[in-house]
Design a protein around this ligand. Structure first.
Ligand code: MN
Length: 154
């Protein structure tokens, strides 16, 4: 995993976002966070600690707390682990300008991980239970995933 895209989009002299680095962890559970991001369009950034970075997806609507609600989740660049704690205002003119606040946080345990499917058990304050991220059409739209809560959680 690499933070090259993350660094290339930002000027750390202007934004208070962390620069950070790749940090591998041996824990069985990982950091889970969703940041509410009031950019040009309000969205929710889902971030999961995997392979030393925060894998990231932008969800255009409020993340689902109940089963039967499927949300589009668009893959975005990996973020450094430190970003899980970031709240603040990204200045005008910078990438993602606007207010960032933590909407939900906690941990997750991976249940099934492959290139097109991620199943995790989330222990957040708002999101709790088993969730799926499924790539919609891996060959055509590799960034587009569906994010939803499983009906029966273990
Ligand atoms: Mn964002």
């Amino acid at each position: 995993m690499s933070l090259t895209d993350y660094y290339s989009k930002r000027n750390f002299k202007q934004t208070s976002e962390p620069s950070g680095e790749v940090k591998q962890s041996k824990k069985s559970s990982g950091i889970y966070v969703i940041q509410k991001h009031q950019a040009t369009h309000l969205h929710y950034d889902l971030r999961l600690e995997m392979e030393g970075v925060l894998k990231s997806w932008a969800i255009p609507k409020e993340p689902p707390m109940q089963p039967n609600l499927k949300r589009l989740a668009v893959g975005t660049e990996d973020h450094p682990i430190e970003y899980a704690k970031f709240e603040g205002v990204i200045p005008e003119g910078g990438y993602g300008a606007g207010k960032v606040e933590i909407w939900d946080k906690g941990t997750f345990i991976p249940i099934e991980l492959d290139d097109t499917k991620i199943i995790i058990s989330i222990k957040g304050e708002k999101l709790k239970g088993d969730y799926c991220l499924i790539k919609l059409r891996p060959k055509i739209d590799p960034k587009n995933w569906l994010f939803f809560k499983k009906k029966i959680s273990k």
